[in-house]
Design a protein around this ligand. Structure first.
Ligand SMILES: CC(C)c1ccc(C(=O)O)c(O)c1O
Ligand SMILES: [Fe+2]
Length: 304
C-alpha cells in the first residue's frame, strides 16, 4: 500500500469547523457547552454556532432527522488560493458549489466553496477568513486548545486515500495498512486533522477537541461519568500522534474525543509516514479497549 502523497496546489491553513446534524438541538447545545466546554456564539433559525477559539464557529449544530456529519470546513490562506482550489477541483472533475451571499453572511465567512469527497460523499467546504469574535474564547470546564480532527469510517479505503492524498493535497503522517490513515492538511503542522478508517459502512467515527493540559483529560473523565455519559475508550495513549486521549458519547451517541499532545511536522523535510502494526497497542499503548459504541454513530449527510 502506497504512502506517497502527490504534490498538489491545494494548501490548507487548518481544520476550521465541523457541522453536525443532531436530533435535539437544545439537548446537544447544552452538552457541547456545559460538558465539552465550547461557548455559544450564536443561535439562529438554521443552526447553533459554538466555538473554542476566536472564530465565529468551530462547531455548527443543525437540527437533523438522522444524527451525523453534515460537512467539514478547512480554511485556506487567501481568496487567491480559493480561486486556485476551485480551478484544481474542477479540473479533477468535481462539481464545485459556490455559497450564496446569504449563506456566506450567515456563516460570517468572506468566501467559500463546497464539493463532495467521491465515495463517501462527505461535503467538504474550503473557506477563507471566518470572522474573529471580539471576545476571546473563555475556557470553562476544559481548556480546549482547538478543534483537532475529524475521523470517518469509509467502505473504500484505497479510493478515499487516492482522492485525499493523490488529488486533494493531504499528506500521510502514519498508516496502519488497510485499516487507518492519519492525514495532515499540508502545510498545517498537526499530525492529523483528518483520518480515515476502513469500515463496512461510510460513517462518522468521531470528532476531536485538543486540550492544553493532561489534567483536562483526568477531570473530563470524572465530569463525564458523573453526568451519566458513557466513556467509550480510554483514558489511553495513541501511538501514532503520541496523544493522551479520552472518548465519550454525545446525546445522539456520536463519539467525541479529547486529546492532549500531538506530534507536529515541518512543511519541508518532514519525516516519512510510518507503517504501524495493526494491533490494539498501536491505538492505545495503555491497553484500554473500545466499548461497542465507540465510533459507530453518525451518518454522512449526502444529497437526498
Ligand atoms: C482509535 C482512533 C482511530 C485513533 C487512533 C490514533 C489517534 C492518534 O494518534 O491521535 C487518534 O486520534 C485516533 O482517534
Ligand atoms: Fe482521534
Amino acid at each position: 500500500m502506497s504512502v506517497e502523497s502527490a504534490a498538489s496546489p491545494l494548501r490548507y491553513k487548518r481544520l476550521a469547523y465541523v457541522a453536525l446534524n443532531v436530533s435535539d438541538l437544545a439537548r446537544s447545545t447544552a452538552f457541547y457547552r456545559d460538558l465539552v466546554g465550547l461557548s455559544v456564539s450564536e443561535s439562529c433559525e438554521a443552526f447553533v454556532a459554538l466555538r473554542c477559539s476566536r472564530d465565529h464557529h468551530n462547531l455548527l449544530l443543525y437540527r437533523g432527522r438522522q444524527p451525523g456529519i453534515k460537512r467539514v470546513g478547512f480554511e485556506l490562506d487567501s481568496v487567491a488560493e480559493l480561486a486556485t482550489a476551485r480551478r484544481e477541483l474542477e479540473a479533477l472533475g468535481l462539481s464545485v458549489e459556490a455559497l450564496s451571499k446569504e449563506e456566506l453572511k450567515a456563516l460570517r465567512t468572506v468566501d467559500a466553496l463546497r464539493f463532495r469527497l467521491p465515495g463517501c460523499g462527505l461535503c467538504i467546504e474550503l473557506l477563507v477568513q471566518m470572522m474573529h469574535m471580539a471576545e476571546p474564547y473563555r475556557p470553562t470546564v476544559s481548556k480546549i486548545e482547538r478543534l483537532g480532527h475529524v475521523v470517518l469510517n469509509v467502505r473504500d479505503f484505497q479510493a478515499a486515500m487516492d482522492w485525499l492524498c493523490g488529488k486533494l493535497g493531504f499528506r500521510v503522517s502514519d498508516l496502519v495498512p488497510e485499516f487507518a490513515a492519519f492525514l495532515r492538511c499540508h502545510p498545517n503542522p498537526l499530525h492529523h486533522s483528518f483520518a480515515i478508517l476502513a469500515g463496512a459502512e461510510d460513517h462518522l467515527n468521531h470528532i476531536n477537541f485538543m486540550v492544553t493540559d493532561i489534567d483536562d483529560i483526568g477531570c473530563a473523565m470524572n465530569r463525564i461519568k458523573k453526568a451519566g455519559v458513557e466513556v467509550v475508550f480510554g483514558p489511553g495513549r495513541h501511538q501514532p500522534s503520541e496523544s493522551i486521549f479520552l472518548y465519550f458519547q454525545d446525546p445522539d451517541g456520536m463519539t467525541v474525543e479529547y486529546s492532549f499532545g500531538m506530534e507536529k511536522f515541518p512543511e519541508f523535510g518532514a519525516r516519512e509516514a510510518r507503517l504501524l502494526e495493526p494491533v490494539p497497542a498501536t491505538l492505545d499503548s495503555w491497553g484500554s479497549v473500545p466499548a461497542p459504541g465507540f465510533g459507530k454513530t453518525g451518518r454522512i449527510e449526502t444529497p437526498a
